[in-house]
Design a protein around this ligand. Structure first.
Ligand code: ADP
Length: 202
């Protein structure tokens, strides 16, 4: 990198010579540096420095990982579901956030652990109290589409101080009302898992 920064554009042959190596020995290293975007190569001209810091290269890579590749199956309930059943669902499905949907699987609201805890503290009859009364409701839900980056999801989770986002797809039925169909869920856990996998070089 230092040689290219100082003397680029420079051919692979010339770099090899400066390092007292053969061009063949150097080829895989140059290929990797080129692939990750630190070095650029132009035929008959040689290698030159892309101007990107390794952090920018990592940032580019990160923003290329899509929600689609890490999202989980959403755990959904209807607005009429009782707070009691929602708590049971949360335990059985082992999730911290439930997505509330209406007809057609369209996004209606979100229920967090604390929404449910708060309700149970309030002395309500949780067998007869529908989650529609305690959930956070559209249009106040922060959601994401599968084609957006995991980085954007992480940023939204941090900015809005929530644990998870519903992953949605826009639907416009010919006769019905337009909405957001829930097709997944992305949580802090998905992002932590991805981080671990990246650290393992996967
Ligand atoms: P907890 O309440 O268990 O700490 P969150 O931080 O996710 O979990 O939730 C905080 C509040 O934000 C809750 O009232 C919840 O309904 C709401 N909330 C959770 N996720 C979202 C979301 N994606 N969009 C909007 N509001 C949300």
């Amino acid at each position: 990198m230092e040689i290219v920064k100082k003397s680029g554009p420079i051919t692979g042959e010339q770099i090899a010579e400066k390092l007292s190596l053969t061009r063949a020995t150097l080829r895989p290293d140059l290929a990797i540096l080129n692939m990750v975007g630190l070095l650029e190569a132009r035929p008959r001209v040689g290698y030159f420095y892309s101007g990107k810091s390794p952090y920018q290269v990592i940032a580019d890579e990160l923003r290329g990982i899509l929600v689609e590749s890490v999202k989980s199956i959403p755990v959904v309930v209807s607005e009429e579901c009782s707070v009691y059943d929602a708590v049971v669902n949360m335990f059985i499905k082992d999730v911290g956030t439930l997505v509330v949907v209406k007809k057609g699987g369209l996004l209606e609201g979100v229920l967090s652990r604390k929404d449910l805890l708060k309700t149970t503290l309030g002395g309500h009859d949780i067998h007869n109290l529908p989650v529609g009364v305690v959930m956070t409701r559209m249009p106040n839900i922060v959601y994401i589409t599968a084609g957006e980056s995991v980085w954007s999801a992480a940023k939204m989770i941090i900015d809005h101080e929530v644990d998870a986002l519903p992953v949605v797809r826009k639907v416009t039925p010919p006769d019905g009302e337009e909405g957001w169909e829930v097709i997944g869920r992305i949580s802090k856990t998905n992002i932590a898992r991805l981080f671990v996998e990246l650290g393992e070089g996967k």
